[in-house]
Design a binder for this molecule. Sequence first.
Ligand code: CMC
Length: 435
Amino acid sequence: MATDNQRTVTLTDDSTGKSWKLNLTSGTMGPDVIDIRKLQADADMFTFDPGYTSTASCESKITFIDGDKGILLHRGYPIEELAEKSDFLEVAYLLQFGELPNPHQKAEWVGSITRHTMVHEQLIRFYSGFRRDAHPMAVMCGVVGALSAFYHDSLDIHDPRQREIASHRLIAKMPTLAAMAHKYAVGQPFMYPQNNLNYAENFLHMMFAVPAEAYKVNPVLSRAIDKIFILHADHEQNASTSTVRLASSSGANPFACMAAGIASLWGPAHGGANEAVLKMLMQIGSKDNIPDVVRRAKDKSSDFRLMGFGHRVYKNYDPRAKVMRQTCHEVLSELGHRNDPLLETAMELERVALQDDYFIEKKLYPNVDFYSGIVLRAMGIPMSMFTVLFALARTAGWVAHWQEQLADPHQKIGRPRQLYTGPTTRSFVPLDKRA
Ligand code: CMC
């Protein structure tokens, strides 16, 4: 970490007059950080920041977000350019290794991922332990964690080669595991991956093909899915990525860490929002109900929020949402759903909200999930699978952060402290003396 010792800030306790100098550290972009690592030892104080709104939890070179300007860069490359000109596996490589691959590196990487897509045959039986109506995210939490019981040769996190194998396995097997979760829910046979298909085509084939007949992947849809994967591949230190990092900081194995990330992603404030948006749009039903929905979203006495709106970091239009909006139009037009009533409701809702003082003042804009559910639904992907697709794509980011963290010499077990407001010391009261 580059430390500029000439720049400091001073923290003063106004009641005692004591003060402490704290170093300011600059990254290559973004706000400076105040280095408080020695604060507790020097001043016997903690900082208080629930939700980590003002805390840089680690140093990272992977992703940069400027929330005010609506900028998202992976290793310096704007997300719009990656979505337009790259493909998901190339972006996964970029996230993990820091540079775009040359043609030889790309062929090797894609070849390795393609050859690792099958899962251990015994893992197939693991699925039948779940109820058919289990949420696929519940299944994913279980089966991804269970990978650690199948791939013992890639659990040693101190061995770089094993880390590499685990990373390849995770990126390669997620589409297979995700499609299997769907097939299990609908009672159809699992489809094995096919090495002549690319990553997105393979996923669509495993999701929608049946052994009884040939299935041809629509290139517009496979390109759209690939774009959706790119848009969800990484997003800096979000809740699930931070969960992966925290789990990994104790030395937990990679598959267990990814299962922890999946669990965190499942929540409706995070990856579960795409499912929640679609449910909300269906409930709205007609455009006539939009004013009432917007009124409820602004009402402080109601828990209701406009799903797919707002973001912890973006205080401007989420750059991913712009690409997703475009993809949404492309897919619906390809499928002949140009007049999809849900899309019309979404566009009207967006128009109304963006003109409303509440949303303007709080800088609440559509996020990546606002349009993704409409695209996925039009492609025939069941709503319960939306967050699974997010998890599949985000695995690329989780793996990159996991690798970065393990290579960081400053890495320590994550151990936040607290502001304790519970009872002070008191003596134990025997049962017969308690009221
Ligand atoms: N509808 C109505 N009001 C909202 C919304 C919304 N969607 N989002 C935030 N607000 C209000 C909130 O009530 C608060 O008002 P006040 O200052 O009067 O108390 C203010 O805006 C700030 O909100 P916050 O909850 O303090 O902000 P946060 O950074 O903690 O939350 C968020 C960010 C994404 C959880 C939140 O905007 C939200 O719940 N959005 C809906 C769920 C959603 O779409 N999530 C997907 C996020 S993008 C995909 C991902 O990264 O996983």
